[in-house]
Design a protein around this ligand. Structure first.
Ligand code: ADP
Ligand code: MG
Length: 679
């Protein structure tokens, strides 16, 4: 009889888990009983139907039953060490064993067995390392119809062990499970209680039941996450804030060369009210590329500086930090406010100087990369932290940055990735949402065209014309694999061609991800100053580069990019009021469907519409960016397929802070990897 355990208790307390096994489980991130429960099977073998051998199909999971009619052992040499022939009334199939020993060694001529596994092809159909049930046991396996779970494993653990552990974890928590999801949801899925759901996820009666259970667990995981973020937001608002008296919007307007858009004004006023309200601001400003977020950030920084407090602007890269430094300087200098730049590349002596200045005059703006967060920077009087392009910066990092300071600074997060509302509610729920939903007037039009093979010479001629007219061009190549080396290959080849072709005389350079930050800054500067006019690049230009003279972008193998990403990229041209062009060049032989998909970009320039479509096609994971951008690694939920669950969660009322707090104590196992801050 198993002891009663809580989900948060160490996996070592479970029967059958000694220190060796504990170490193996650790490799699967299973540290607690709850982790074991959340380690749901990757798939199931449907044992309810034994398939006649003649009807097996390649690549499917199958259960076959028959008699061993042939055996061949090969003691040494390459290839399988052992194989057996299993026959039923309809035909026969081989069972292949690359490893000697059990269970293959137990097979004998004439034995009745049941074999389960994926149908593979190796000199005819075969099952490699099948799960075997022998004689009487085989009879039992058939008699107990059901679904056989198949778990993700690590070397040293077997399916059998995992099944036993899952079963004993289920038994151990049976009487100690707290509910998370509202009852109606559990019941509408056909379950009596939460334990039932876990049970069905591991030991379902049918594929339908396992899917329902798995979806509920994924939903629960997303719901808990959403509730935690909502609690963080609530809790944040209980801290005293730094009250900043408002800076007059009309005075700010008077210092600008153009009128603020209605959307910019609205967001400035929201920010102003937040910062004057006595509660630390936590606001996400979303706006399409070019919608004019910088000026809004400047307004917030000026407000802080005029109150004698420092504003820190945090950019993800050195290139962006440098650019912000420049534009902030322009906006701030009119009010006599000093702006400092500090990045990883800033020399020590310069850093010291900046530190001194920050102490002497706290009413200033400090722009930089993560370097500005180092301890020695005198940021005691920071009243505002602006985080640019937050999707590179997770909740936990954000929270650490803010909560470690007393009083808590105001936080303004800027994102150029339009995120559909349903996603924002779930994944940025710790922030209030502001949207800059219109573009400054008088901007040129960016025409987007899909270019097929035959039109390439025309595009090339057109590019030369634009260059002759003094304009600049981006040539973009996709990331082939998630590796900088291969990512470089296409761009580098193209660069060689450009360098020796008719565009060479306009000056050209290559920009890619494995360059040092200093090199990237240097190349970007050459392009923005006009020293070079053709920038051949991988996707590193995606965020933030602002070069008004750039009017043409050609994106090769466009079908490999997500729609949102393409939209982001094309936002880099047409920033100077001139008309501009974005040419999407799919690979020869790209599917008709991918052409079709690209047409959305031709028909709209609204980032939110594009993001919605991307969400529908590629799922939330792609729209949000990956785990490195701060979205946690969920154990059950899968952001590339669970869009409907994310939508469902956004419509649910988050749990109250008290409930979340109580749950987190016992449920922290959910967030082992992301170390969510205590609420
Ligand atoms: P993003 O939202 O992509 O950060 P920026 O803040 O860089 O956009 O603004 C894009 C360009 O538009 C900049 O050159 C900026 O000076 C200009 N801009 C911003 N707001 C306005 C406005 N209200 N009227 C005219 N131009 C504007
Ligand atoms: Mg920007």
């Amino acid at each position: 009889m198993e002891n009663t355990l809580k989900t948060s208790e160490k996996i070592g307390l479970l029967n059958g888990v000694g220190s060796a096994r504990e170490a193996l489980l650790e490799r699967l991130s299973i540290r607690t009983v709850g982790d074991m429960l959340m380690h749901v099977p990757a798939r199931f073998l449907d044992r309810r139907t034994i398939i006649p051998i003649a009807e097996l199909r390649l690549g499917t999971d199958a259960v076959v039953s028959g008699r061993i009619t042939g055996l061949s052992r090969r003691p040494r040499g390459r290839g399988p060490s052992f194989s057996a022939v299993l026959s039923d009334h309809s035909g026969s199939i081989t069972l292949t064993f690359f490893r000697p020993g059990f269970p293959g060694s137990k097979l004998q001529q004439g034995m009745d067995v049941i074999a389960c596994g994926r149908i593979d092809s190796y000199k005819g159909y075969t099952i490699v390392h099948p799960e075997l049930y022998f004689n009487e046991e085989a009879a039992g396996a058939v008699k107990a119809p059901g679904m056989l779970p198949v778990y993700r494993l690590t070397a040293g653990l077997t399916q059998g062990v995992m099944r036993k552990l899952a079963a004993s974890a289920l038994d151990a928590v049976k009487n100690s499970m707290a509910d998370i999801l509202p009852d109606e949801l559990i019941i509408s899925g056909g379950f009596k209680c939460r334990w039932d759901v876990f049970n069905a996820a591991h030991r379902p009666d049918s594929p339908e039941e396992s899917k329902l259970a798995r979806d509920l667990l994924a939903l629960e995981e997303l719901y808990l996450y959403r509730s935690v973020l909502a609690a963080i937001r609530m809790k944040g608002s209980q801290h005293p804030g730094i009250t900043l008296s408002s800076f007059s919007l009309s005075e700010f307007q008077a210092s600008l060369l153009w009128p603020l858009t209605a959307a910019q004004k609205r967001v400035c006023l929201e920010i102003s009210a937040d910062m004057a309200g006595g509660v630390p601001m936590r606001r996400l400003v979303q706006g399409d590329v070019g919608s004019g977020k910088t000026v809004v950030a400047a307004f917030a920084c000026i407000t802080s500086a005029l109150n004698g407090k420092t504003a820190a602007v945090l950019a993800p890269t050195e290139v962006l930090a440098t650019q912000h430094f420049r534009s902030m300087g322009e906006f701030c200098s009119r009010f006599g406010i000093k702006v400092h730049l500090l990045t990883g590349g800033t020399p020590g002596t310069e850093r010291k100087k900046i530190a001194e200045r920050l102490t002497e005059n706290t009413g200033c703006v400090l722009v930089g990369t993560h370097a500005i967060l180092e301890d020695w920077i005198p940021l005691n009087s920071v009243a505002l932290v602006v985080i640019d392009e937050q999707h590179r910066f997770g909740v936990a990092q954000r929270e650490k940055l803010l909560a470690s300071r007393n009083p808590r600074p105001h936080a303004l997060v800027m994102s150029a990735t339009p995120i559909p509302r349903t996603l924002a509610m779930t994944f940025y729920g710790d922030l209030e949402l502001s949207v800059i939903d219109s573009m400054p007037p008088g901007r040129g039009i960016t025409e987007t065209r899909i270019v097929d093979h035959s039109e390439k010479p025309t595009v090339f001629k057109f590019m030369l014309e634009r260059l002759e007219a003094g304009e600049r061009i981006f040539l973009v190549y996709p990331l082939k694999e998630a590796s900088e080396k291969s990512d470089l290959r296409d761009a580098a080849t193209a660069f060689e061609t450009v360098k020796s072709g008719p565009m060479a005389k306009f000056g050209t350079a290559l920009l890619h991800g494995s360059m040092s930050p200093a090199e990237k800054v240097a190349v970007t500067e050459q392009f923005s100053s006009g020293q070079i006019s053709v920038l051949v690049s991988t996707t590193v230009i995606e965020v933030g580069i602002d070069v008004p003279e750039a009017t043409v972008m050609v994106i090769s193998n466009a079908e490999r990019f997500g729609l949102s990403q393409l939209h982001q990229l094309r936002g880099r041209v047409g920033r100077g009021g001139k008309n501009s062009w974005c040419f999407l060049v799919p690979e020869d032989g790209a599917s008709r469907e991918s052409f079709h998909r690209l047409e959305l970009l031709v028909s709209t320039s609204n980032g939110f519409i594009i993001a919605e479509k991307d969400l529908a096609i590629r799922g939330p994971g792609q729209v949000l960016g990956t785990a490195q951008h701060g979205i946690p690694c969920f154990k059950v939920a899968n952001l590339s397929i669970d869009a409907h669950l994310v939508r469902a969660v956004s419509e649910m009322q988050p749990m109250t802070i008290q409930v979340v707090h109580g749950l987190l104590k016992s449920q922290l196992w959910r967030y082992n990897e992301m170390k969510l801050p205590s609420v």
